[in-house]
Design a protein around this ligand. Sequence first.
Ligand SMILES: Nc1nc2c(ncn2[C@@H]2O[C@H](COP(=O)(O)OP(=O)(O)OP(=O)(O)O)[C@@H](O)[C@H]2O)c(=O)[nH]1
Ligand SMILES: [Mg+2]
Length: 685
Amino acid sequence: MAAANGNNGNRATGPRCIALVGPFQSGKTTLLEAMLARTGAIQRQGTVDAGNSVGDASKEARHHKMSVELSVATTNFMDDSYTFIDCPGSVEFVHDMRAALPAVDAAVVVCEADERKVPQLQLMLRELEDLNIPRFLFLNKIDKAETKVMEALRILQPASRKPLVLRQIPIWQNDIVTGFVDLALERAHVYKEHAPSEVVPLEGESLDRSKDARFSMLEKLADHDDALMEQLLEDIPPPRDKVFDDLARDLREGLVVPVLIGVASRTNGVLRLLKALRHESPNVEVTANRLGVKDGEAVAYVLKTLNTTHAGKMSVVRVLAGQVGDGVTLLSPEYEAGRVSGTFKMLGQATEKRGPAAAGETVALGKLDQAKTGDTLSSGKQAHPALLKVVPYDPVLAIAVAAKERKDDVKLGQALHKLLDEDPSITVVHNPEAQEVVLWGQGEMHLRVATERLADRFGVAIATHRPSVGYRETIRKGIVQRGRHKKQSGGHGQYGDVMLDIKPLPRGTGFQFEDKITGGVVPRNYIPSVEEGVLDGLKHGPLGFPVVDVSVALIDGSYHTVDSSDQAFRTAGRIGISEGLPQCQPVLLEPIHTVEIVCPTDATAKMNAILSGRRGQILGFDTREGWDGWDVVRAKMPESEIGDLIIEVRSATAGVGSFTYKFDHMAELTGKTADQIVAARRAAE
Ligand SMILES: Nc1nc2c(ncn2[C@@H]2O[C@H](COP(=O)(O)OP(=O)(O)OP(=O)(O)O)[C@@H](O)[C@H]2O)c(=O)[nH]1
Ligand SMILES: [Mg+2]
């Protein structure tokens, strides 16, 4: 599909899909708005702050003035269709971006010259580098810039494994950026607010600066082009077409990251960016190749799943091969995804019915009941193998949720199902012991938005509380205890009598029951009931928690030929254990996990302090494999302290630190903390 068009090298044609990614609040949604306005998809450029932008149109996004899920908007620019995927910048919502990236042709990484955001930038560039996605950097907010562009590049370069190549330099007037010089075109432009910039003569100081900047751009390109290197050495000006060819090729092959500059909120630099995308970004052919799409039937990748109030479930897909439209039945490798009913063009929350979508187009498909985000769908009899499955990061923060009204319990179940459909980075865990439904997510805001969605989008009023910790209790010494149940009230009585030898067991052993009855003092058939009775008693120990690591031997007892029964012996067993345990020095056990925190090296010392402050026992730290400038800190830590650990870890690492944990063992807990836990449990009962 690549066609030569005379000037400015070879450009790909056809519908493009471009991701807008970058650190939190860098201006992605504003840039999308600017591009939609510039290309005529919307009449007026809205703003995130006024709550009238296309990207942040959902209730939750408007409420928090930030993107909390990806949004999709399709527009036309110079006869080609472009679909932009505006991804949230917050690390808590990063799964939306990760799940969408496989389907895009290129990404525009929107960033600022801000040292504090470099770690986040690095994380995002890594995702793109690992997936081999061509990427531009759009250095936004240069209206506010205090650092010179060269200095900005020096700050940002460590975030990228590939060289950043500056393509434009700003023109300054009285400390304000008034325009730019395009180094490839060797042309100066003056910015116009919300209008295309105007070409002006390149002269004076701007000309001198642009010569130097152009030379350093060409030097970086020459690293991948021997002929250009020779021309530079011999001082021969390279032909402009050649330079554009190199720029396009180096971008597509991921050899360099071109840097453009601008002011999204004023639509400055936006046309130049659109043109760069038009001339340099690859199209679906290249993307399908990158993903290993096989020739044959239609193939589409699901980059997002939505549940809309008016149209029900919608699967946003990029068509990678063939054609997809109404009436087509799509298969995933695992199941039949459904029959397409409704093909839509998207502009944020607004959808517009349209005809079938061709390869390269990004559309929403209705009624694919079984389809999930990340699915590879195909038409025909044989399903296309799965292209790429993005596994969400392990959740790090939990909250227990319950329907405010009991009658909504079933509705809550359905709403949770939809929530997970839209956002696979949430998991739901049922804790039968505490009778809790626990929502696990990627952070505070993520969980807050999830609960808002349950209420607003799916109509279930919910109450939330901190999930309970899996405390247990055990005993420190043994005892021999009798348990006797005797009732003689009129007719048939009840009689069971047991003698229990209760002993502590080593940690992690659980429960053991032993039958040491001799001479049939407790008839054989009643013995399982005694064990059941003991287990009943162990469910709720003297401190209020399940009892573990205990052995109970049935050593003696007596029975009555008429009044004894299974039930009577079960009650006797329960009485025996419940009366015995309080005399055995009960002690609280808390779950301890091994925790692995990953963080930039300069935050390692802070992590140690955070872990110690949370009763953590530090096991040591290492450099993180494959991650220059990052460490892994390992510790053993009580579950109760992990609850909100992520909040502190993020605030000490500019948002990029994270952790995983795994249950290790149960440990005794005594003293004031233990007393408080027991008192709280009593109060709750
Ligand atoms: N001065 C200035 N402010 C800008 C520019 N672009 C965006 N902003 C402001 O920066 C803030 C964040 O803009 P958004 O467009 O929401 O940024 P975002 O990257 O989409 O944010 P998230 O999706 O939440 O990560 C808003 O207050 C914008 O008005 C710019 O070029 N110059
Ligand atoms: Mg945004």
